[in-house]
Design a binder for this molecule. Sequence first.
Ligand SMILES: [Zn+2]
Ligand SMILES: [Zn+2]
Length: 215
Amino acid sequence: MEFNPPFNCPGCNAVKSWKTEPYFCGGTPATCSECKRAFTIPLYCPECDPPHKTVKARLVTPAGFLGGTVRKCPANHLFTVPVLTSEVHSVLGQMGTELGKYYQSERIEKLQDAKLKQAVSGGYCAGVALDWIRRALLGGKVTYAKDPNKRRDERAAFAWTEDAKRVDWANEEDERRTAALNKSIKGLNLRKDASFAAYNKRWDELDADKKLSVV
Ligand SMILES: [Zn+2]
Ligand SMILES: [Zn+2]
């Protein structure tokens, strides 16, 4: 894709263009292949300028970390600047000391239990978060990461499967309760209809008696 007005590298002035656009990349950091200078890809609206549009209208692009911020185009479309994995690491790294990089897809591959590996193949961030919370509450040990027998991956994966079971159970319970409630409502309706029919019948009988008494 090309930018209009032409987008030049702020370092060497080389004209930058991207032939493919697999995902919205406005506002994300990039490095110039010529001068190696880091810059931010100019913002553009993903609705006004979708991937098939090769000429994008460039929007005002502030300096600094833009990932996660919500922007508005002149046509009032709202869009969120994506956050790259590398940005997550650098921003989190600024908050403390990074002990190691964590990629769950690579961790899943290393799980020893084949069944567990299969169960979490769709990703297990909820399990990792649960395990981290547990570790933070109990007090973690960095030595765990070095001991393959005490790897947190097994626990995180297990936590994920247990959490998934809880969600499944809640959904099934919801269905069970809805079915029971519907059955109960149906029963009440039948009773109401029966009671109403009996009332009508009795009324007709009384009416007939009245007519008889009048006669
Ligand atoms: Zn450059
Ligand atoms: Zn727009």
